[in-house]
Design a binder for this molecule. Sequence first.
Ligand code: HXC
Length: 286
Amino acid sequence: MFRSDLFQGKRFLVTGGGTGLGRIMMERFVELGADCVICGRRGTVLEQTAKEVMARHPGRRVETHVVDIRVAAAVEEMVDRIWSIGPLDGLVNNAAGNFIAQTKDLSPRAFDAIANIVLHGTFYTTNACGKRWIADKRSASVISILTTWVRTGSPFVVPSAMSKAGVAVMTQSLAVEWGRYGIRLNAIAPGPFPTEGAWARLNPLKEEDDTRYKARNPMGRVGRPDELANMAAFLMSDEVAYINGEIIAIDGGMGIMGNGTFSNMMAYGEDDWRRIREQIQSTNAA
Ligand code: HXC
């Protein structure tokens, strides 16, 4: 299904699309024939990305908008400007903020710094697009980028975990409320994908190197950005238009590994398993 004309004639908005995973997803859409709009807080970063991507894909268009999605009026104005050129066919809620901290040390402003981006900003953007799609009687696809913590919670990133859980519930709620308009909402819950921005913030002591991730992940590695980009293209596509309201993890199985009582035994070698067998058989015989 990943034909070079899969998204011919489509136009998608990727929030935070100037860098990191947002940029990678946007570029995959462009490779598959879409025009894209990217927004973020830093105009020079957005413009540089747009220039590079358009140079690599002649004929495709990447528009940029400087916006802080925490500001509802600014989001409205951006979406107005986007629609004045033409309607969108899809949205990726990718822009996020996060830092690791002990929850007891968080000030109200620290909580708000994350919640205003992830929870409020995602809602502002989704609703600004949604009401226009409904008025225009246009079908559309929305993808929100979550994390696997929405299922389990996570210590030390509580504002992010709470906010992303809110976006998960928005996804399910609007999938039902807007399904009748042909607007579907799905979410991707990535595990560890090493990008410069996320790694610097979430791995501040540089302790979580690839070796430790190997032991903590059933697939023995971190995610490859193109795998996430393919998942986004898959969900965005009309070819899977019956998928609505789903939250799909892409984490090599890491999110469910901790739930198994015996997951620690992943590290055991053949000698350990031989001793375990002998021990169990001798217990059975006793
Ligand atoms: C405690 C902190 C803090 C920290 C900031 N604050 N950093 N408190 N520990 N490490 C507090 C400040 O003291 C202040 O409160 C309040 O938060 C606001 O801080 P500002 O710096 O003024 O905030 P702002 O400029 O709005 O910056 C927002 C931000 C920043 C979220 C803090 O990091 C940002 O803009 N990030 C965007 C990009 C990003 O974070 N990407 C990573 C996403 S990765 P007081 O009370 O002192 O004024 C991700 C997925 C990871 O989400 C998946 C991994 C598996």
